[in-house]
Structures are given as C-alpha cells and as structure tokens.
Design a protein around this ligand. Sequence first.
Ligand SMILES: Nc1ncnc2c1ncn2[C@@H]1O[C@H](COP(=O)(O)OP(=O)(O)OP(=O)(O)O)[C@@H](O)[C@H]1O
Length: 242
Amino acid sequence: MNDMLRVHSLDAIAPLQLEGLGFHHRGQALLSDLSLHLDGCRRTLVMGPNGAGKSLLMRLAHGLLSPTQGRVRWQGEIPRQAMVFQRPVLLKRSALDNLCYALSVNGTPWRRRRPLAREALERFGLGALARRPARVLSGGEQQRLALARAWLLEPRMLFLDEPTSALDPAAIKAVEDAVTDFHHRGTRILMSTHDLHQARRLADEVVFLCGGRLLEHTPAERFFTAPATAQAAAFLRGELVW
Ligand SMILES: Nc1ncnc2c1ncn2[C@@H]1O[C@H](COP(=O)(O)OP(=O)(O)OP(=O)(O)O)[C@@H](O)[C@H]1O
C-alpha cells in the first residue's frame, strides 16, 4: 500500500492519563489539580476563555513543559506524537527541505525522503511551493506545511494549539480537512480552538477549562446542548467568563 495512505491499526494507542496536574509560576496557580483521561482515537477539542490554560494543558500533555504538581502518565508504550502550533515553527530553508529535515530526524533513509516529502506537499496542496523558503509562505501555507510535516511523522497522538486562529475561511477548511484525515488514519487528536462552529464540526468530546481548572470533559453533543456548568453555558452564549 502507498505509504502516505497507510491507515494505522486502530488498536492500542496507549491511554493518556493526566493526574492532578498543576502548573504554578511565581506563586500563582496557572493550572490546578487537572485530571483527564484520553483514550481511543477520539477528537477532543479544548475550549475556554483567554488565559484559561488551554495552551499550558497541551504543552504539559505533550511533554514540552514539566508540571509543578501531578504527572502525565501514558498507560502503555508512549506513542509517536506531534504538535502543531498557532504560529508554525519552520526552518530557514525551502518547504521541501523542511520536510526532508523532519524525515532525517526520524531516521527515514535519505533515498526515501524526497519522494515522501514531495508526496506530502502535494497532499496538502503545496506542490507548486516546494522550493519556496518556508518562512515567506503565507500563514495558511505555513500551517499546511506544519501539518504536512506532522503527517510525515505518522503520529498516533496529535496536539494542535489553535491552529486556525489567524487563517481565512479557505485555509481554515484546509486545516479542518487535514484534522479529519489524521482522524481517519487513526490518530488521537487534542486540539484547542476559540471557534465554536469549528468545535461543533470536529469534536467528539470537549474539554472545557476556565481559570486554570478543568470544568467539563463531556461528549460534544451534550456539551453544546446541555453544558453542566454555568461558566460553560455563559461561554457558549458568548459572554465574558473567567
Ligand atoms: N511557561 C509559562 N510560564 C509562566 N506563565 C505562563 C506560561 N505559559 C502560560 N503562562 C500563563 O498562564 C496563563 C494561561 O496561559 P495559556 O496560554 O495556557 O492560556 P490559553 O487558554 O491558551 O489562552 P488563549 O486563549 O488566550 O490562547 C496565562 O496567564 C499565561 O500568561
């Protein structure tokens, strides 16, 4: 089967258990006593007002930050992971070379790097931009390149931190389509967004944070129709919450 179309076996992405996570900075609790269990290959959307702790949660879960309390525990073998940020971090080289570099880091033999990288560029609609310096690509193009790089790494767990916040509708759709492709390939998704419509389109379940605390972890339909907390209800009505 074509490598790029390979679907992961749907078994055995180790559950991720966040146990009483806290993140304190200069005496201030930015995230407190957060426990969360993620399993299967669901799409979990993280929502909440500005400063609620969504990015912190993602960075702690992905291991980019260490919690000051509690722990992040994989219940089994730690899966391949990737993270896509609001502002992609790209190397000062061409789009193609950014992808080839990612493949070199993960040990792909050099003969296979270019064909795989080209295929990923095509898949994400960037075939014509292969030689262009990655850092001069538009915001939407850069985000697609970041997704193409994540795609090549074949993560079983993908973290996306507000990946569409600065994009136009067509670019947003491209990112959402990519998220759906990851999902169909058998990747578990944890993604933060401010966009309620986007969350309705993508979420299997919602994690709602407010003031550094997890207030809800709920199937998406229930969250949007009958949120359990007053803060989530107010957030859904578009009111200021903190
Ligand atoms: N590494 C860090 N060190 C100290 N403080 C931090 C760190 N990361 C985030 N913070 C602070 O923690 C709080 C939560 O930040 P975070 O970025 O997680 O919020 P958010 O929910 O993603 O917000 P937004 O919706 O505005 O992106 C903020 O007050 C932020 O300034």
